[in-house]
Ligand binder design. Structure first.
Ligand SMILES: C[S@@+](CC[C@H](N)C(=O)[O-])C[C@H]1O[C@@H](n2cnc3c(N)ncnc32)[C@H](O)[C@@H]1O
Length: 373
């Protein structure tokens, strides 16, 4: 059943909020201030998600979307406002959440630095579905396919869009493609990324940062966050060693821990290939297994966990070992702030940067430097 709502404010996940008869609705495709008519997406007692089908009173901020399947495919949340507005929204979402949780150490709008790039064609990888000879993404909350627009997905490089068009749809149910110097199926092949003078090899199905325009600026920012040269560093969730390789020349030693043994294997190979004998890597499930005490005594910890955040075991170790500095990069500002809640009594935020790795989607990367009080 359609509902008419006044969109009130931006919240997490690209939603704006609307209220009706005592219920709160999470709206996609509206802009705060607008009066909109919406169709249900998923309605339960606890969570009512709707999407805009017509705009009764448009905002002056509204622009027309450049994608035919915007709001159908669920990948993007912000194709109806300018990219400048999107950046402001993301910055405010992080700030409001942080300042709400830490009123005693409020951050100022100008304190947060922004790293942003081209908002089109930025993704170096894609995972998509194939059904009835059609290729596309699943609709939000369903297994129904929304076919890619004829001209391809605007977040993907031309090379990947072109490759998708040529794929034989009879033999596959899904596609996993990655762009390095050419497009490959990363469920079958390793990938080699060349970033400046560094070579970074990633195993098949292995993690790699997806914004091809911003990876180096983000790594440069991490270097700027280093509190001193020549430190012994502990890195958690080190993947195939991307961060490690870029800070190797600035540190005395770095020990990385990571769950995936294939990634750890390549992190070691990458250290050898790039001539960095001061890097070492270990396989460990950091949510369940403790790491060696000699590594926890390091003065700087660098952490880049998955969306769920650090996990209780690491948070407990931080409370015990209290490293002098922590650099924490997260693709989920909500779990980042939840984690900070458990350790902030011992730390202050010295620097914070948002790297907009995922333009037009609700996601962004937040990088912070903490110093022990
Ligand atoms: C956001 S990625 C960061 C990787 C690396 N920093 C990079 O930039 O390529 C998070 C990493 O955490 C790893 N990971 C996920 N769960 C883990 C766990 N329980 N213990 C250790 N590592 C884990 C993933 O395999 C992935 O490599």
């Amino acid at each position: 059943m359609k509902v008419t709502l006044r969109a009130e404010k931006w919240v997490n996940n690209g939603f704006s909020l609307g209220y009706l008869n005592g219920d709160t609705y999470f709206i996609t495709g509206a802009i705060p201030g607008e009066l909109v008519e919406c169709d249900p997406v998923s309605i339960t007692k606890k969570f009512k998600q709707v999407k805009v089908v017509s705009i009764l009173e448009p905002s002056t901020e509204r622009i027309s979307s450049d994608c035919d399947i915007f709001l159908l495919c669920g990948g993007c949340s912000f194709r109806h406002i300018s990219y400048t507005s999107e950046i402001e929204i993301k910055k405010n979402l992080f700030l409001n959440e942080f300042n709400h949780k830490f009123p005693e150490s409020k951050l100022d709008f100008n304190f947060i630095q922004i790293i942003q790039g081209n908002d089109l064609h930025y993704r170096n990888n894609v995972q998509f579905k194939i059904q009835d000879n059609k290729k596309g993404f699943f609709k939000v909350g369903s297994n129904d396919l929304v076919e890619f627009p004829k001209s391809g997905c605007l977040n993907l490089p031309d090379e990947i869009n072109y490759y998708i068009k040529k794929i034989n749809t009879e033999t596959k149910k899904e596609g996993k493609l990655r762009l390095t110097d050419s497009v490959t199926d990363y469920s079958e092949n390793d990938s080699l990324f060349i970033l400046g003078d560094k070579k970074v090899k990633v195993p098949k199905n292995g993690f790699f940062q997806i914004n091809r325009y911003l990876i180096e600026s983000w790594l440069e920012e991490i270097i700027q966050f280093l509190p001193a040269d020549n430190l012994d560093i502990l890195e958690l969730f080190s993947g195939s060693g991307l961060i490690s390789l870029f800070i190797a020349s600035k540190c005395k030693s770095l020990t990385g821990y990571e769950l995936e043994s294939g990634a750890v294997y390549y992190a070691k190979e990458n250290a050898k290939e790039n001539n960095m004998p001061n890097l070492e890597f270990h396989t460990k499930n950091l949510y369940l297994e403790k790491i060696s005490v000699k590594h926890m005594n390091r003065p700087l910890w660098i952490m880049n966990p998955p969306r769920n955040g650090l996990g209780n075991l690491i948070l407990e170790q931080i409370k015990i070992y209290k490293p002098e500095h922590i650099i924490y990069s997260s693709c989920n500002y909500i779990s980042l702030i939840q984690d900070l809640k458990k350790i902030m009594s011992d730390y202050s935020v010295k620097k914070a940067t948002i790297a907009d790795f995922f333009p037009r989607t609700p996601y962004f990367e937040t990088l912070i430097l903490l110093e022990k009080n």
